[in-house]
Design a protein around this ligand. Structure first.
Ligand SMILES: Nc1ncnc2c1ncn2[C@@H]1O[C@H](COP(=O)(O)OP(=O)(O)O)[C@@H](O)[C@H]1O
Ligand SMILES: [Mg+2]
Length: 338
């Protein structure tokens, strides 16, 4: 039997998630490529490349091809995409699967076209794009086909997309470069300022995931981290508290809240009334940050819910669309293919 696994792909700024039709999520890896600086030989992709961030010799670069939601290096993005597709669908795609892919909003038409062409070359029979907020909303289980306003806020690594959807259409949409990475950066800046301690990106992310919360926790948590004392230039171990992380996260939190507020301001009144009633839905890995849905609800004075499996919602939305093609494919036409 020909291998004919139709797949949905979430090509994100921090991770790539692939959903196999009828199977569920079959791949979820960091969107990282490591290559040699001189000859640009790719030496690792995914998990393995991720461990190299901040740990490579100067001859090796470990980077995320879509980090800021744009594509600074199309060739690397294509190499990574094809690698993951081959890994998720081990046999060659000769059977001709259908591929539904979602990319960050900042990816331009030319780059979208090149990414889709590369999927054809990998053997895909048909490739279509789905707008990220639409996929996220479907993956979160929102009934987007109705004449009713739903607000989705997908918080990824480099980009947050905020959108209002009604009757399967994007009514208002905004993307901002305040997402998981900016929360990590805020932690790095805070510890440098307060303790003269320089920590790496992966350590900052660990602090955020393990003890971070945007609202003060009822119980204080601690984590020991090793960084560099910027006065002595020597390694230094410090115990960081969750309250400190809360303080560090305040600036990007306020920016995020402001952006959501902004989108609501540009939303027609009837739809705002719907959203006040049904609430804002958070998706994306960044939405897992402690206290975030409560902080959004409190600040905007409306319900806010964290979707189930938020980090996989976009891929699940792509997969559900493939599985319910006759019902959901009408949501695909927002951006014409050229
Ligand atoms: N438990 C967690 N708490 C806080 N942030 C998290 C958690 N798990 C993942 N993240 C963050 O989610 C972000 C990645 O989200 P993801 O949806 O995979 O990104 P993208 O869609 O842009 O590829 C990263 O910044 C990561 O640190
Ligand atoms: Mg995501």
């Amino acid at each position: 039997m020909a291998s004919n696994l139709d797949i949905g792909i979430d090509l994100g700024t921090a991770s790539v998630v692939i959903y196999g039709k009828g199977k569920g999520v079959v791949l979820n890896e960091p969107a990282v490529v490591a290559y040699t600086r001189d000859s640009r030989n790719v030496i690792a992709i995914g998990e393995e490349a991720h461990r190299m961030i901040g740990r490579t010799p100067s001859s090796v670069v470990a980077m995320r091809p879509l980090q800021t939601g744009m594509v600074p290096d199309l060739e690397l993005a294509i190499t990574m995409l094809r690698y993951f597709v081959r890994k998720a669908v081990p046999k060659r795609l000769i059977g001709g699967p259908k591929v539904l892919i979602s990319v960050p909003n900042g990816v331009n038409e030319m780059e979208r076209h090149s990414l889709m062409t590369s999927l054809f070359e990998a053997g895909a029979r048909r490739t279509q794009m789905i707008e990220r907020p639409i996929a996220a909303a479907i993956g979160a289980g929102l009934p987007i086909g109705e004449a009713y306003g739903e607000m989705i806020c997908d918080i990824g690594g480099g980009v947050t997309e905020i959108a209002v959807i009604s009757q399967g259409r994007l009514i208002v949409r905004e993307s901002i470069k305040v997402a998981g990475d900016q929360f990590d950066d805020a932690i790095i800046r805070y510890l440098r300022r307060k303790h003269n301690l320089l920590i790496g990106e992966l350590t900052a992310e660990d602090l955020k995931i393990n003890i971070g919360s945007v609202l003060p926790r009822s119980e204080q948590f601690y984590m020991e981290v090793t960084g560099r004392n910027l006065i002595t230039n020597l390694p230094k171990v410090m115990r960081i508290t969750s309250d400190e992380i809360t303080e560090a996260l305040d600036e990007p939190l306020q920016q995020l809240l402001e952006a959501i507020h902004d989108v609501l301001e540009h939303t027609p009144a009837e739809l705002v009334a719907d959203i006040v009633e049904s609430g804002i839905t958070l998706t994306g890995g960044g939405a897992l940050l402690g206290g975030l849905s409560d902080a959004v609800a409190k600040s905007l004075m409306m319900p806010c819910t964290l979707a189930e499996n938020p980090q996989e919602c976009v891929a699940i939305g792509c997969g559900l669309t493939l599985e319910n093609w006759s019902e959901y494919s009408r949501f695909l036409s927002d951006r014409r293919r050229r």
